[in-house]
Ligand binder design. Structure first.
Ligand code: GDP
Ligand code: IMO
Ligand code: MG
Length: 435
């Protein structure tokens, strides 16, 4: 029956899409799918460390900075103030999108307050990683950490600064004074030169200029007009700088609070928090991972799921679904909907496991620890499910899923207390079940 209240709510939905694990949950696919139903898609944090894959028709597109709402409908795509933007990476992506016959005019809006990743941020990111040796975080090397350091130290360059080249040159020169000291004396590297950096930015400045706006104002007007908004998180809850497995995290807040600070949208405007989780777990880079499998089953997850990084090509570490971690992510973000992705990857497993709790120092624990060292000491305890040994690709209705797959999904829902409104059974846009 038509329900006018739910229609109204849906119409003015402000929905955050958040990774519930360590990133690469399939956020790009889900944002692309839902973007036909919204007016705005807003990236709110992270930078070109993200790699969001979209598959439709015969196309595969990997986006790093441009929101995943360009290809399904006509939503305006906003790169919010909380994102750190590498202008050179951005113009490469703009070119890629243009090649796919998408006109970016009136579609792409870049916040004037978003911070800029400069060549020195990338150099510092890579040098710092090298100097950490075996304790390296395994960053993507895209300059993310150092760019957020500049932002918080109040020496950052923002997109608005690209509009005044004279001032921009002055600011870069002033920043380089300190950075060159570090390069020379700490790392024994060559100094960087302001003129060379300016020259490397000129093309990017001229291409990005028309897209730079006060996006906070644009989004406030959208809220006032009750237009639906989708906020696209990058990375995942367990990589959050505050709530993740610190220090093996990224330098931003992928969790729900970050969506507000990274866009200017107030918390009380958020109507939905949709968490995305794979039917198992992956992690790329270093850091604790309680359910990681170092065996044939882990290898099979990697092979079936094509688990290689969309940004760096690194093989992703694989393991069983961790319900303690998932429940933590749900509570952290107030997730009131979930999407389950990559169910098909489990199609040919004889048995499937999920971690329901851990053993630590001989005791049962149901709490996800906040310290990386503590996570390392956990021994996961599993519940085992029989596999369904049937392809789930092309299934478009939940009731057509094999019974054992339905049981697996129902168990997770009951455990977590939140329903899967979306189940994804393949990488393509149409390989999706909506409930
Ligand atoms: P994101 O960073 O969260 O957007 O995820 P990535 O794009 O980095 O990684 C997800 C990968 O899984 C991509 O290669 C997607 O094409 C793929 N993918 C997404 N959903 C599914 C699914 O349901 N089944 C399969 N087999 N692949 C999927
Ligand atoms: P999407 O949006 C998976 C990981 C890196 C590293 C840590 C810190 O595609 O899900 P950084 O370069 O951010 O300083 O690296 O975070 N990482 C990701 N892992 N998906 C991502 O993004 C990631 N972005 C960063 O591998 O462990
Ligand atoms: Mg990714």
């Amino acid at each position: 029956m038509y329900n006018s209240t739910s229609f109204f709510l849906e119409f003015m939905a402000v929905r955050i899409i958040i990774g519930a694990q360590w990133g690469d949950e399939g956020k790009g696919k889900i944002v692309d799918l839902l973007s036909a139903e919204t007016k705005y898609v807003v990236r709110y944090q992270g930078g070109a460390n993200a790699g969001h894959t979209l598959k439709f028709d015969d196309k595969t597109i990997v986006l790093h900075l441009i929101p995943s709402g360009m290809f399904n409908g006509n939503a305006k795509c906003v790169i919010g103030n909380g994102v750190v933007i590498d202008p050179i990476a951005l113009i490469e992506e703009i070119e890629e999108v243009k090649k796919l016959d998408v006109d970016l005019k009136d579609r792409l809006y870049i916040s004037s307050s978003a911070h800029v990743i400069l060549p020195y941020h990338k150099v510092l990111d890579q040098l710092k990683e090298k100097s950490r040796g075996k304790d390296a975080i395994g960053t993507t090397g895209r300059g993310i950490g150092p760019a957020y350091v500049s932002k918080v130290s109040r020496i950052g360059i923002r997109m608005i600064d690209l509009l005044n080249e004279e001032q921009l040159e002055e600011k870069i020169k002033s920043n380089l004074a300190d950075i060159n000291k570090a390069l020379e004396h700490i790392y024994g590297e060559e100094k960087l030169d302001t003129k060379t950096i300016m020259a490397s930015l000129r093309e990017a400045i001229s291409i990005t200029k028309p897209f730079i706006h006060n996006t906070t104002e644009i989004l406030h007007n959208a809220l006032e007009n009750s237009e639906p908004i989708l906020l696209e998180g990058a990375q995942g809850s367990l990589l959050d700088v505050d709530h993740g497995t610190y220090p093996y995290v990224t330098s931003s807040s992928p969790t729900a609070g970050g969506a507000c600070t990274g866009s200017g949208i107030p918390p009380l405007s958020i109507t939905h928090a949709l968490g995305i989780t794979k039917a198992y777990c992956t992690r790329v880079g270093n850091g604790p991972f309680p359910t990681e499998l170092d065996d044939e089953e882990g290898e099979k997850l990697r092979k079936n799921g094509q688990e290689f990084g969309a940004t760096t090509g690194r093989p992703r570490r694989c393991g069983w679904l961790d319900l303690v971690a998932l429940k933590y992510a749900v509570r952290l973000n107030g997730m009131n909907e979930l999407a389950l992705t990559k169910l098909d990857v489990l199609d040919d497993f004889e048995t499937i496991k999920v971690c329901t709790h851990y053993i630590k120092d001989g005791n049962e624990t149901h709490v996800f620890p906040l310290d990386a060292d503590d996570v390392d000491e956990l021994k996961p305890v599993y519940k085992t499910f029989p596999g369904w040994n049937r392809s789930t690709r092309d299934i478009s209705s939940f009731s057509d899923l094999p019974e054992k797959a339905q049981e697996y999904i129902h168990f997770i829902e009951d455990f977590i207390g939140v329903k899967f409104t979306i189940v994804s059974t393949g990488p393509k846009r149409n390989e999706t079940i909506r409930r």
